[in-house]
Design a protein. Structure first.
Length: 77
């Protein structure tokens, strides 16, 4: 169950990724962030960032065409 939510609908690259990073920095380790976005670039950018970070991508889905959803667990610093 997400503890935080980020609505990035309508934001264009690179804003969905930047807002995701900012939100994660304010969260506690173990918290889960749900991100929803409409920018197709986020499908590539958010997972690529998570792979290089200490966070964990729990789920990545496209519940409807052009709408992207991510569940990210905040990692330890």
């Amino acid at each position: 169950m997400p503890t935080e939510y980020l609505d990035a609908d309508g934001l264009r690259c690179p804003l969905p990724l930047l807002r995701t990073k900012q939100k994660l920095m304010k969260m506690a380790a173990g918290d889960v962030l749900e991100v929803v976005a409409t920018d197709a670039g986020s499908w590539r950018d958010i997972p690529a960032y998570i792979e290089k970070s200490h966070h964990r991508l729990l789920d990545k889905s496209e519940p409807q065409p052009g709408h992207y959803r991510y569940l990210i667990e905040r990692g330890e610093d």
